[in-house]
Write a protein that binds this ligand. Sequence first.
Ligand SMILES: [Zn+2]
Length: 386
Amino acid sequence: MSNKKELLLIIISLLGLFLTACSQGDESDQEETTENSEETKENAEDNKSDKDKKEETEKDKPSSDQKDQKNNDSSEKQDDSSDKQKNEDDGSANEKILPAGTLSHGDSGQKVSMMQKALNRLGYSLTVDGDLGWTTVWAIKDFQAQFPNLKIDGVYGKNTREYILKAVNGEIEAKPGTGLENNDTEDNNEKNSNVVSNPSSILALVNKNNQLPASYVPKNLTNPNVRFPFTEDLPKKQMRQVAANALENMFNAGDKAGVDLFAQSGYRSYDRQRAIFAANASEHGHEAANQFSAQAGESEHQTGLTMDVTSADINYRLNTNFANTDEGEWVKKHASEYGFIIRYPKGKTSITGYQYEPWHLRYVGEKAAKYIDSNNTTLEQYLGGQ
Ligand SMILES: [Zn+2]
């Protein structure tokens, strides 16, 4: 073999190697782009309801601006299967701090430990044991209570995860212990916090220790044919049929007795109650708000068995002056005849958890109402003594 031939072969081989190297380079570039595209898409999907979150997550990505720009156009076009795949082996920084998915009371494992560690980075002092017990539920709730956009349910889900990430990254501030009152809440949770198992019973007990499921919406909601101080057809006019009938009877009797009752506020959905509590908490502080305003799930208004009533004499407001109006006096005397009780009586705050509310009527049926009224007791005691 001549040197020339040998040289030619070497050149051809080198050329071959060079071409292979070039094409591999292209391939790996493509792979990387595809992967990052999926990542970006995934994040866009996770966060598509919240522009800020999207920006945050994308900011944290190691990918370059250029890539983000390239991929943004396609980021709205989604493929769920690629999302799922990416979720399992996502190596992004965020996934190392907090797991994806949903975690709730009773869950255990590595994901719970990760979440506990992240909460501890915010200043909570949880034992990182991978068990999602009441203490961890309390920490999640306490965290959630500080941000009006989060549902205070003690469940770690997508939105809560995003907020914890923001807090870990220093973009928002969380102050452990300020959301919920203190560790008493935690102890109460441990002993007493229950989900009401009979939400549609007219004797359902709903209070700070017995919460209605977020999904509970009473059947047969209807507008009672009584006076309201407003004309709009608002959802808060509604009551369950059985209570609406009783309310109409009571108002008719009041009319005959010469008192002009007005109905102010009946049914309230879980979400509506959450918004109300958040507004009260931001104005008065969480602890104070908790004395007069129910948290979501803890409001009797969600049962559809409750109506706040008022009088023109106090400009249709809901305050303790109602007790001194003709209407307030008449209600105190006669409500039980129609199956209603003043649910939060004077001097019973330690039992009911709420200050005196002479305007807040709860339908429990005549038998229970008469017993509770004549014995000067509460629904809590009535049910506890049964
Ligand atoms: Zn009320």
